[in-house]
Design a protein around this ligand. Structure first.
Ligand code: 1GP
Length: 236
């Protein structure tokens, strides 16, 4: 069976710690044409904040995953397709590589079929995820490509996530990373804010993820990024 994310071209990340744009509703996010929703953020994401957003989102026609930065006490299948668990390959703070995951495995009662790792490479030193994980973002193209190869070939990761959170990344680095992967899916996130930025990154990544644009500009602009991604992915 193909992985859930194999067909994802555009994904919207909803941060429970940030308000929606004026007039927007959670339910409307699922009808933008985006392929999936990820609930997650770096700070102040709790099981209860996730639960209330999940309640507002469901029933949705598209899959909803949670990227937990908290420790789930139990698996809530209601409305949830599964967990995407970040492993930050360039973290300077070891818990983000393996420690939090070890604690999670030890103390949570999870159904492993619904838990999927994502190999993150964090690339914006000014982002809160970089600060939080103490990521070493001083990486050139070859460093990034090597992390991607390490992820897929040594660690067996099926998802590699280039996380530029907050800034538009370097398309040449994204393209080189995708070229280096055999079958792992390349997620790109960071600074997608309009049709053109979405189009550009969708030309070099498998899956484009938008985050801040939802909270700052709103659902109509998310729809614009969906159009950019779809046109880039389906150009002939
Ligand atoms: C954040 O990769 C996502 O985790 C999206 O980044 O918020 O910059 O769109 P932006």
């Amino acid at each position: 069976m193909a992985a859930a994310w194999a067909q994802w071209e555009h994904v919207t990340k909803v941060d429970p710690d940030k308000a929606l744009h004026e007039g927007d509703t959670y339910a409307a996010i699922a009808t933008t044409g985006t392929d999936a929703l990820i609930l997650g953020g770096t700070t102040n994401v709790t099981e209860s904040s996730i639960q209330s957003i999940l309640a507002a989102l469901t029933p949705a026609e598209i899959p909803i995953f949670v990227e937990p930065t908290y420790r789930p006490t139990q698996f809530h299948r209601e409305g949830l397709a599964g967990y995407l668990v970040p492993i930050v390959l360039n973290a300077g703070h070891p818990p983000w590589l393996i420690g939090a995951h070890h604690e999670w495995a030890r103390s949570s009662d999870l159904e492993w079929d619904y838990v999927h790792p994502e190999a993150y490479i964090v690339l914006n030193p000014a982002s809160s995820v970089a600060t939080y994980t103490q990521a070493d973002c001083d990486l050139d193209r070859d460093d990034v490509v090597a992390y991607a190869e390490l992820a897929e070939q040594i660690l067996g990761q099926e998802i590699v996530y280039l996380e530029y959170s907050g800034i538009f990344g370097d398309p040449a680095i994204v393209a080189a990373t995708r070229d280096a992967l055999s079958s792992a899916q390349l997620f790109y996130g960071g600074g997608i804010h309009d049709y053109d930025s979405a189009y550009k990154m969708a030309s070099v990544a498998d899956t484009v993820i938008v985050g801040d644009v939802l909270h700052e500009a709103g659902i109509e602009t998310v729809e614009e990024t969906v159009r950019g991604v779809m046109n880039a992915q389906h150009k002939s």
